[in-house]
Design a protein around this ligand. Structure first.
Ligand code: ATP
Ligand code: MG
Length: 143
Protein backbone atom coordinates (compact mmCIF):
# COMPACT_ATOMS: atom_id res chain seq x y z
CA UNK A 1 0.00 0.00 0.00
CA UNK A 2 1.19 3.47 -0.79
CA UNK A 3 0.76 6.85 0.83
CA UNK A 4 -1.32 8.91 -1.60
CA UNK A 5 -2.75 12.40 -1.81
CA UNK A 6 -6.20 13.07 -3.19
CA UNK A 7 -8.29 16.18 -3.73
CA UNK A 8 -11.60 16.33 -1.91
CA UNK A 9 -14.21 19.10 -1.99
CA UNK A 10 -17.06 19.63 0.44
CA UNK A 11 -19.53 20.99 -2.10
CA UNK A 12 -21.84 24.00 -1.51
CA UNK A 13 -24.68 21.79 -0.20
CA UNK A 14 -22.34 20.24 2.40
CA UNK A 15 -21.19 23.67 3.59
CA UNK A 16 -24.83 24.82 3.70
CA UNK A 17 -25.80 21.74 5.78
CA UNK A 18 -23.02 22.43 8.35
CA UNK A 19 -21.38 19.04 7.93
CA UNK A 20 -17.80 20.25 7.29
CA UNK A 21 -16.63 19.02 10.70
CA UNK A 22 -18.53 15.72 10.43
CA UNK A 23 -16.96 14.95 7.04
CA UNK A 24 -13.41 15.81 8.13
CA UNK A 25 -13.97 13.74 11.28
CA UNK A 26 -14.91 10.70 9.16
CA UNK A 27 -11.66 11.06 7.20
CA UNK A 28 -9.60 11.44 10.36
CA UNK A 29 -11.25 8.45 12.05
CA UNK A 30 -10.29 6.42 8.96
CA UNK A 31 -6.64 7.44 9.51
CA UNK A 32 -6.69 9.88 6.61
CA UNK A 33 -5.14 13.28 7.25
CA UNK A 34 -5.73 16.83 6.04
CA UNK A 35 -2.55 17.95 4.23
CA UNK A 36 -4.03 21.25 2.96
CA UNK A 37 -7.39 22.99 3.27
CA UNK A 38 -9.16 26.24 2.37
CA UNK A 39 -12.65 27.64 1.84
CA UNK A 40 -13.29 29.18 -1.58
CA UNK A 41 -16.23 30.43 -3.63
CA UNK A 42 -15.38 29.27 -7.16
CA UNK A 43 -15.85 31.46 -10.20
CA UNK A 44 -17.58 30.03 -13.29
CA UNK A 45 -14.20 29.73 -15.02
CA UNK A 46 -12.64 27.91 -12.06
CA UNK A 47 -15.52 25.40 -11.82
CA UNK A 48 -15.54 24.83 -15.61
CA UNK A 49 -11.78 24.21 -15.56
CA UNK A 50 -12.03 21.80 -12.66
CA UNK A 51 -14.82 19.74 -14.26
CA UNK A 52 -13.58 20.09 -17.87
CA UNK A 53 -13.70 16.26 -18.28
CA UNK A 54 -17.50 16.58 -18.08
CA UNK A 55 -17.80 19.52 -20.50
CA UNK A 56 -19.80 17.51 -23.04
CA UNK A 57 -22.18 15.96 -20.48
CA UNK A 58 -25.80 17.13 -20.37
CA UNK A 59 -25.44 18.02 -16.68
CA UNK A 60 -22.31 20.21 -17.14
CA UNK A 61 -23.91 23.68 -17.05
CA UNK A 62 -26.09 22.78 -14.10
CA UNK A 63 -23.09 21.27 -12.27
CA UNK A 64 -21.04 24.46 -12.80
CA UNK A 65 -23.97 26.57 -11.59
CA UNK A 66 -24.26 24.42 -8.46
CA UNK A 67 -20.52 24.44 -7.72
CA UNK A 68 -20.49 28.26 -7.97
CA UNK A 69 -23.68 28.73 -5.91
CA UNK A 70 -21.82 29.06 -2.62
CA UNK A 71 -18.53 28.38 -0.86
CA UNK A 72 -16.80 25.00 -0.92
CA UNK A 73 -14.08 23.54 1.30
CA UNK A 74 -11.24 22.18 -0.83
CA UNK A 75 -8.80 19.80 0.85
CA UNK A 76 -5.85 17.58 0.11
CA UNK A 77 -6.34 14.31 1.98
CA UNK A 78 -3.35 12.10 2.60
CA UNK A 79 -2.90 8.52 3.78
CA UNK A 80 -2.56 4.86 2.80
CA UNK A 81 -4.54 4.34 -0.42
CA UNK A 82 -6.16 7.73 0.14
CA UNK A 83 -7.62 7.96 -3.38
CA UNK A 84 -9.75 4.81 -3.24
CA UNK A 85 -10.47 5.07 0.48
CA UNK A 86 -11.89 8.60 0.19
CA UNK A 87 -14.10 7.32 -2.66
CA UNK A 88 -15.33 4.48 -0.42
CA UNK A 89 -16.19 6.89 2.40
CA UNK A 90 -18.04 9.14 -0.11
CA UNK A 91 -20.34 6.43 -1.53
CA UNK A 92 -21.96 6.26 -4.98
CA UNK A 93 -22.55 9.43 -7.05
CA UNK A 94 -26.32 8.98 -6.73
CA UNK A 95 -27.10 9.09 -2.99
CA UNK A 96 -30.12 6.81 -3.46
CA UNK A 97 -27.61 4.13 -4.51
CA UNK A 98 -24.95 4.98 -1.91
CA UNK A 99 -24.29 2.42 0.83
CA UNK A 100 -25.56 3.18 4.36
CA UNK A 101 -22.94 4.97 6.44
CA UNK A 102 -21.33 6.71 3.45
CA UNK A 103 -21.15 10.51 3.31
CA UNK A 104 -23.46 10.76 0.31
CA UNK A 105 -25.99 8.34 1.79
CA UNK A 106 -26.09 10.32 5.01
CA UNK A 107 -25.98 13.92 3.71
CA UNK A 108 -26.50 14.28 -0.06
CA UNK A 109 -29.67 15.79 -1.53
CA UNK A 110 -29.59 14.25 -5.03
CA UNK A 111 -27.24 13.05 -7.80
CA UNK A 112 -26.01 16.63 -8.39
CA UNK A 113 -26.06 18.08 -4.87
CA UNK A 114 -24.07 15.15 -3.54
CA UNK A 115 -22.05 16.90 -0.82
CA UNK A 116 -18.53 15.68 -1.60
CA UNK A 117 -15.99 15.26 -4.37
CA UNK A 118 -12.97 12.96 -4.42
CA UNK A 119 -10.42 12.39 -7.19
CA UNK A 120 -11.42 9.18 -9.01
CA UNK A 121 -7.87 7.90 -9.62
CA UNK A 122 -4.17 8.79 -9.59
CA UNK A 123 -4.39 10.65 -12.91
CA UNK A 124 -7.28 12.81 -11.68
CA UNK A 125 -5.51 13.44 -8.35
CA UNK A 126 -2.37 14.62 -10.13
CA UNK A 127 -4.44 17.19 -12.06
CA UNK A 128 -6.81 18.18 -9.24
CA UNK A 129 -4.40 18.66 -6.30
CA UNK A 130 -2.23 21.29 -8.07
CA UNK A 131 -5.39 22.87 -9.57
CA UNK A 132 -6.13 24.27 -6.10
CA UNK A 133 -2.89 24.03 -4.10
CA UNK A 134 0.72 24.97 -4.69
CA UNK A 135 3.48 22.83 -3.17
CA UNK A 136 4.15 25.42 -0.48
CA UNK A 137 0.52 25.16 0.76
CA UNK A 138 0.78 21.41 1.47
CA UNK A 139 2.20 19.77 4.56
CA UNK A 140 5.01 17.34 3.77
CA UNK A 141 3.79 14.74 6.22
CA UNK A 142 4.76 11.72 4.12
CA UNK A 143 8.40 12.74 3.77
P1 ATP B 1 -17.15 13.83 -8.19
O1 ATP B 1 -16.35 13.92 -9.50
O2 ATP B 1 -17.85 15.12 -7.84
O3 ATP B 1 -16.34 13.27 -7.08
P2 ATP B 1 -18.30 11.37 -9.10
O4 ATP B 1 -16.90 11.03 -9.56
O5 ATP B 1 -18.99 10.41 -8.18
O6 ATP B 1 -18.33 12.77 -8.40
P3 ATP B 1 -18.88 12.18 -11.81
O7 ATP B 1 -19.46 11.22 -12.80
O8 ATP B 1 -17.44 12.53 -11.90
O9 ATP B 1 -19.23 11.61 -10.33
O10 ATP B 1 -19.77 13.50 -11.85
C1 ATP B 1 -19.28 14.71 -11.30
C2 ATP B 1 -20.40 15.40 -10.60
O11 ATP B 1 -21.38 15.81 -11.55
C3 ATP B 1 -21.21 14.52 -9.61
O12 ATP B 1 -20.59 14.39 -8.36
C4 ATP B 1 -22.49 15.29 -9.53
O13 ATP B 1 -22.37 16.45 -8.69
C5 ATP B 1 -22.68 15.72 -10.97
N1 ATP B 1 -23.44 14.72 -11.74
C6 ATP B 1 -23.01 13.50 -12.16
N2 ATP B 1 -23.96 12.83 -12.83
C7 ATP B 1 -25.03 13.67 -12.85
C8 ATP B 1 -26.35 13.58 -13.40
N3 ATP B 1 -26.75 12.50 -14.09
N4 ATP B 1 -27.19 14.63 -13.20
C9 ATP B 1 -26.80 15.72 -12.53
N5 ATP B 1 -25.56 15.88 -11.98
C10 ATP B 1 -24.70 14.86 -12.14
MG1 MG C 1 -15.74 12.38 -10.73
Amino acid sequence: MAIERTLSIIKPDGVEKDVIGEIISRFEKADLHVAAMKMIHMSKEQAEGFYYVHKDKPFFNSLVEFMTSGPCVVMVIEGEDAISRVRELMGATDPSKAAPGTIRHDFATDIEKNTIHGSDGPEAASFEVPYFFSKIEMVNSEE
